[in-house]
Every structure is written in C-alpha cells, then in structure tokens.
Write a protein that binds this ligand. Sequence first.
Ligand code: MD5
Ligand code: FE
Length: 201
Amino acid sequence: RNEPIAPDAMILRGIAADPAIHHEVLRIAEISPFRHMQTPGGKQIGVEMTNCGALGWISDRRGYRYEPEDPLTGKPWPPMPPSLQNLAETAAAEAGFPDFHPDACLINRYVPGIKMGLHQDRDEADLTAPIVSVSLGLPAIFQFGGPERRDPVARHTLHHGDVVVWGGVARLNWHGILTLRPGSHPLTGAARINLTFRRAG
Ligand code: MD5
Ligand code: FE
C-alpha cells in the first residue's frame, strides 16, 4: 500500500477513492469554476484550475502567486472542506509529516491530450512543509525527477484514489504529468482531477 518512491516521497495507493471526495470537488467548482489561466508569457495553461482554502494559486500576465480571492468571482475561494483537510493531514502523517496543516488546495482538471510539463513547486512561503497530491478519475503517468533539472526522471502511474506525499529533501524535485490518454472513468468521465494541498502562506 505504501510505496516509497524516493527519500521523503511516498505513494499511498487508493486511500482517496471515496466518491465523497469527488463530490466535494463538484461543490467547490459550483462556486469557483474550473478555468484556464494565463501564463506571464500570455499563453493559456492547458490544465483547468480552481482552488479551495484560505489561499489559491493563480497565474496571470503579472506572474504566479497565491491570492485569498478568486479573480473570476471577486470573492474568497471556497473554504477547504474538513473531509479534504483531514485526508491531506492523515496522508501527510502516514508519510512521516505529522505537523502538516494546509492552507491552500489547487485543483487541476486534465482532459485527454492535456499534460503538465516538468517544473518545480516553489511559490510557497515555507518550503519545509510537504505537499500532498490526490489523484481522481482517469489514470496518468507522472514524472518524478530530482532537485536538478538534469536529474534522471522516473515514471509512476497514478490511479483513482492514489495520494502522493513529498517533502523534506524531495520538496523541490522536478515533476510533471504526461499527456492524458483518452478514456472514461465512472466518477469523473473523460477527466483526471488532481488536488494539491500546500502550506502556501
Ligand atoms: C498534478 N500537479 O497531477 C500535479 C501534482 C502542480 C502539480 O504538479 O504543481 O499543480 S502530482 C505530481 C507529483 C506527484 C508526486 C510527487 C511529485 C509530483 N513530486 O515529487 O514532485 O496535477
Ligand atoms: Fe507541481
């Protein structure tokens, strides 16, 4: 069940398969809908995004950052549902990070043909906190490298309900998601949804 993939990085298989998790995502998206964001360079990000929690990750012509309000609605992001917060904190503790309290949850929606290129997550104020990533719906192949862009990259398939926790020496590792393949999932349809819990502020 617990699959270490590198020092301070672990996959917890199938622990978020409860449909109630996905239902919370649908409720959040009724308030703050999924949307394509702009990059600072003026391109559209292929993945559709929304957020819940005190802070939400956004990208626009001015850059990448965390904001307390949804620029689309002008209102605060929907609160983080306690069931999602408990899931993230329980998974982090299981992976060896008992003091994790996320204040941000970025929700990514991939449809077939969409990918996320190799990158590092470094927009957070406290880089000692881990990140918890929950996968729902269609499977995807994620690429997991090292702290340097040139480090070798391993591939792991993430399925519905899988949770990945990474922190410590793995916190700034390069990672990405390969192009989503066509398919349909009973809960999400032709989509993969990823929730990324972070301590951003
Ligand atoms: C996703 N999202 O699937 C991924 C998270 C992001 C982002 O990367 O910044 O929104 S899953 C990728 C992942 C899983 C497990 C470990 C690592 C990355 N990692 O160690 O870097 O939408
Ligand atoms: Fe990332």
